[in-house]
Design a protein around this ligand. Structure first.
Ligand code: IPM
Ligand code: MN
Length: 355
């Protein structure tokens, strides 16, 4: 197949990890006889430096014609002044909104080889395999906000419509059908009106999926259950802010943020794929970054935007098998072991793909 893939390397370790994922995509293309056409564009702090905008119109135009977008990371100390009028993160929010990427999939899997590295007792981590489905273009992130009275008061608004909840709930229920058929919907219906609408709407959508078992969980209780019984979760559906917080919390289960991929999807096949880690400016350019989160994001890209399920699994298999062989980047290596570099980790994965 022929596909156009836009690379947005971004800031910090972004360029390093994106180039590793590209090497893996190049291999997949060579093996499967696919033609992937890569284009690079600016986003984040590097885009602010070059153009004044974190998401320049040129970048949007290039993405407009793409089948999929692979992003590294944006941000860094240089652009992190909260009072600055433009910030790298605004580019991320804008691209999500512009392309209507309302469903953010964040799978959290614990590779058995890494369980000893996680902060939670290893016995609690057996069989942890959670898919977070986070609503990404609504809620308090996009509600009306204002700072008033010379900064003495400020407000943000959490607002949801039934249509917004319905469409992301369908994504989550359909995913549950491909998995263990269990869905936990997260809200704060005991306090917030928007979250009562959330619960009501998810309950109504659930009627279309009688084969999926649904529980409604309050966000505070969910935060606790994720630590006490993480293996009991299958699909977790949450609004924009709660999903942001809970998915970071759950990511610690995997041992390192560097391991985890994500996909942001809308109504059509075009998606945005990115590792969930940030730009890690402290280790940028040192060859220490873990490329696995981005490589697994590339696998999600193949699955969701290009319908290359077999190739996606091939990559996931190669990552598992590389980890099982004992190779570790610094973020997942224990004390006293010599960590592998970014490129050594990628080589170990490439070695386990068809040549
Ligand atoms: C994420 C990030 C973003 C978010 C920030 C950088 C705007 O934390 O992708 O989870 O809050 O959505
Ligand atoms: Mn986040």
């Amino acid at each position: 197949m022929k596909a156009r893939i836009v690379l947005l390397p971004g800031d910090g370790i972004g360029p390093e990890v994106v180039s590793q994922a590209r090497a893996v995509l190049d291999r997949v293309a060579a093996v499967g006889g696919h033609q992937f056409i890569f284009e690079e564009a600016l986003m984040g702090g590097c885009a602010i430096d070059a153009t004044g905008s974190p998401l320049p119109d040129d970048t949007l135009a290039i993405c407009e014609n793409a089948d999929a977008i692979l992003l590294g990371a944006v941000g860094g100390p240089k652009w992190s002044d909260p009072a600055a009028p433009v910030r790298p993160e605004q580019g991320l929010l804008k691209i999500r909104q512009h392309f209507g990427l309302f469903a953010n999939l964040r799978p959290v899997k614990v590779f058995p080889a890494l369980a000893p590295h996680a902060p939670l007792r290893a016995d609690l981590l057996d069989n942890v395999d959670i898919l977070f489905v986070r609503e990404l273009t609504g809620g308090i992130y996009f509600g009306e906000r204002q700072e008033q009275g010379n900064g003495s008061t400020a407000y943000d608004t959490m607002q949801y419509s039934t249509a917004e909840v319905e469409r992301v709930a369908h994504v989550a229920f359909q995913a549950a059908r491909q998995r263990q058929r269990r869905l936990a919907s997260v809200d704060k219906a005991n306090v917030l009106a928007s979250m009562r609408l959330w619960r009501r709407t998810v309950s109504a959508v659930a009627e279309d999926y009688p084969d999926v078992t649904v529980e409604h969980v309050l966000v505070d209780a969910c935060a606790m259950h994720l630590m006490r019984r993480p293996a009991s979760f299958d699909v977790v559906l949450a609004g924009n802010m709660f999903g942001d917080i809970l998915s970071d919390e759950a990511a610690t289960l995997a041992g390192s943020l560097g391991m985890l991929p994500s996909a942001s999807l809308g109504q059509d096949r075009r998606g945005l794929y990115e590792p969930i880690h940030g730009s890690a400016p402290d280790i940028a350019g040192k060859g220490l970054a873990n490329p696995i989160g981005t490589i697994l994001s590339a696998a999600m890209l193949l699955r969701h935007s290009l319908e290359l399920e077999e190739e996606a699994r091939m990559i996931e298999q190669a990552v598992s098998s590389a980890l099982a062989s004992g190779i570790r980047t610094a973020d997942i290596s224990g004390p006293g072991t010599q960590p592998a570099s970014t490129t050594e980790m990628t080589q170990a994965i490439l070695k386990r793909l068809p040549a």
